[in-house]
Design a protein around this ligand. Sequence first.
Ligand SMILES: [Zn+2]
Ligand SMILES: [Zn+2]
Length: 453
Amino acid sequence: MSIFNKVLEIYKDQNICLDCLGRMFSLLGTHSTNEERGKSLLLSLTMENHQKYLIGEESIRNKAIENLKLLANKAKYIPAKEVLKKEGFEPLLLNEDINCFLCNNIFRNLDDYVEIAKKNLEKIEYSNFLIGTSPSGKIINREDKFKAKHNIIEAESFKTHMNREIGKKLVNDIGKPTEFTYPDLTIIYSIRFDKSSTSLIIRSLFIFGRYKKLIRGIPQTRWFCRKCNGNGCESCEFTGKQYETSVEGLISPEFINASQAESSKFHGAGREDIDVRMLGTGRPFILELRNPKIRTLDLDNLLEKVNMTNKDKIEINQLSYTNKKQVIFIKENAENTKKTYKAIAESSSELNIEEFQERFIKLINTFENKNIDQRTPHRVAHRRADKIRDKKLFKVEGKFLKPNLFEFIIESQGGTYIKELISGDEGRTSPSFSEILEVQLKCIELDVLNIDY
Ligand SMILES: [Zn+2]
Ligand SMILES: [Zn+2]
């Protein structure tokens, strides 16, 4: 069936708008909008039938008038109506208020949707956006049946048409481009024939930095109270927190405030124990700010504020903007980075300095550039899978402080359990410092001195 006959068949069946008419043949012809396609089809049809009326035989003339009436009444096409008038025919006046069968005239009123979007975007900082349309099942089913009935195979979907047309209008109106991969904002229209709604997704803002933890006793992230799970109870003095504060809790409020974010999430490149300090150049972290209304932050000023408020507790440095991919990267990479620790260990029995030095040579031979097997420590077994991890040690230095007190500098692969490397964890880590020095050691102080990143 020719395109023209198909158009006539469509209008014998239903009334559809120019956008939807053009949309049904969208894959044919380029550099045109669907509306232009629709108009061209109707104009060509009107011209063809006008000509047939002027030069055709009786039966052809009658058929031509019938077609022109169809175009005038069902497609509400003005030129067809004018041709009929000019040739002395009264076009039938059908109900003028029939909406487009496929879009219910939504495509005729896209400006309303643009206005809704603009309202939603007020007071939000963004440099690009994306439109997402989600038509209801009813809309999609109706269109599928319609296309099948008329054997239409060159159509563009409701969704694609609407996304592009609103996108064009918005770009024009607000002067900001669309972005398909990482849009700052996504405006989602949930379309129903009776009532549509709009929602907004704001892309999280990711800030990279490094933190130093200068005192012991602070966890990296917020810990909910073990008793009440964060609801607040007597044992947590109704704070819901197990610890009064955390590295996250000290850093994030200034950022949430400055970005007007709804919430935040702290992603550390690994973590140190609560009683371990994090020194040197600090541990990499990424702060994810969710639903931020402001994306341009004065990072220098935030750094200064955080460091001033938390003087002698924590310190941040090297702030920069980053992205979601880096969150995965710093987490996965944490296992591969080289870390340097300082440990103070107490021994259950005394060694004199000669004994220590003699046994320490054996310690170096055992551990430097060697791998050890570490079974998941007792103390974390309740939250980590019980398995044996193979970890590499690069360097070990030792210092005799007192007959029962030694200092160790240990350079090892990320994820090595240092406290257990020293104690042996009742045989779960082997070999261990206790094993080689032939005294039972206990790590009483631990600092991370450096993280290679
Ligand atoms: Zn339509
Ligand atoms: Zn509690």
